[in-house]
Design a protein around this ligand. Structure first.
Ligand code: P1T
Length: 391
């Protein structure tokens, strides 16, 4: 990219990319190759083997690093692969403090994969920065949080937690999947690294599973780069290309996701079938002020609790999810199409029922990923689904 712009809309389209050196192709080619011919042993052009380096992947890594305002980006085969690779920076006996509301698959990595390797995780309520400070021990190496969290959309004060982590010499990893750098840049607020499931908004078209980590800390980057290659949970060139293609339209997509969600949330709040709506853009959100301060928009994710009036909440929720026609009943989020899901049965089933109950992931809790379809169609579909759930 020749332009020196610092505008995210421009960086999204150009950062990390140069015209193809062979042909001048404006779009980064999909380098479908496993290896690279060397002039002689060790005499190569910076590319040896595609687990280690791949030009399409490299363009993607540079692109997302620029969007997050970080010096280095590393791409992975999934968000879970990114998380697992970060955890491999730790050793047996190390301790992690994590926000208590997390994607179920992330919780599963912590509890069923890392625990066996001798890494202990303590969970705290991420809305309370002081709780992180209290839970940090001499063996704590990493603090981990999502914000907004999945699925309860709690907001963690990144700057406050970053300050605590800096004082205690602990890394802070923030999962920014729900907002993307268009709406929140955790590195600017002091986080050590930003993690994404690129499966979601960054790719945006529900056709890739991927992950990325961005940091400006050279030591962290070098360790992660070593692990990326050594463990090998890397994305292929085709997937890297698709995410890179997705980020080009990220700015306009996020604008529309937010615009639609800002209309859906108050509509739900006024609906007689709804007990409670959780959306950081609503005045009723307990951390609306912090959200307004640290985020450039409340995002496209909304959770709500359906009332258990005529029948139990679980039954009513099930009916609602069967009844939508535009909203697809599916896991995942952040694609152009609207999705609806039931966290307790679907994305957060790997969290033990007692923990779910304590957190508030109840039978009546429904999560929607508001797509970029016309708002009238989105609202009409929700309305007819509420009616059919009661029929
Ligand atoms: O699915 P994968 O690309 O491995 O990403 C895992 C992940 C990490 N972080 C957050 C905040 C996530 O939401 C996810 C995946 N989440 C879903 C599939 C979901 O429907 O919530």
């Amino acid at each position: 990219m020749k332009t020196k712009s610092s505008h995210l809309e421009t960086l999204a389209i150009h950062a990390g990319q140069v015209p193809d050196p062979t042909t001048g192709a404006i779009t980064v080619p999909i380098y479908l190759t496993s290896t690279y011919v060397q002039d002689g042993p060790g005499e190569h052009k910076g590319f040896e083997y595609s687990r280690t380096q791949n030009p399409t992947r490299q363009a993607l890594e540079g692109n997302i690093a620029a969007l997050e305002g970080g010096r280095y980006g590393l791409a992975f085969a999934s968000g879970c692969a990114a998380t697992t690779t970060i955890f491999h920076m730790l050793r047996s006996g190390d301790h992690v403090v994590a926000g208590d509301d997390l994607y179920g698959g992330t919780y599963r990595i912590f509890e069923r994969v890392m625990k066996q390797m001798g890494i202990e995780v303590t969970y705290v309520d991420p809305i309370n920065a002081g709780a992180f400070a209290e839970a940090i021990r001499p063996t704590t190496k990493l603090v981990w949080t999502e914000t907004p969290t999945n699925p309860l959309l709690k907001i963690c004060d990144i700057a406050a937690v970053a300050e605590i982590c800096k004082k205690r010499n602990v890394w802070l990893a923030v999962d920014n999947t729900f907002l993307t750098p268009m709406l929140q840049r955790p590195l600017d607020l002091g986080a050590t690294m930003v993690v994404h499931s690129t499966t979601k908004y960054l790719n945006g078209h529900a056709d890739v599973v991927g992950g990325v980590v961005v940091t400006s800390d050279e030591e962290v980057h070098e360790r992660l780069r070593f692990l990326q290659n050594a463990i090998g949970a890397v994305p292929g060139a085709m997937d890297s290309f698709l995410v890179l293609r997705g980020t080009k339209t990220l700015a306009v997509r996020m604008e529309r996701h937010v615009q639609n969600a800002q209309l859906v949330a108050p509509w739900l709040e006024a609906h007689p079938a709804v007990e409670k709506v959780i959306y950081p853009g609503l005045k009723s959100h307990p951390q609306a002020a912090l959200a307004a301060k640290q985020m450039r928009g409340p995002g496209g994710m909304i959770s709500f609790v359906i009332k258990s009036a005529k029948r139990p909440a679980l039954e009513r929720a099930r009916e609602m999810l069967r009844a939508t026609q535009l909203f697809a009943c599916a896991e995942s989020l952040g694609g152009v199409e609207s999705l609806i899901e039931h966290p307790a049965i679907m994305t957060h089933a790997s969290i033990p029922p007692a923990n779910r109950a304590k957190l508030g992931i109840s039978d009546g809790l429904i999560r929607i990923s508001v797509g970029i379809e016309h708002i009238d169609d989105i609202l009409a579909d929700l309305q007819q689904a509420f009616e059919r759930a009661d029929a």
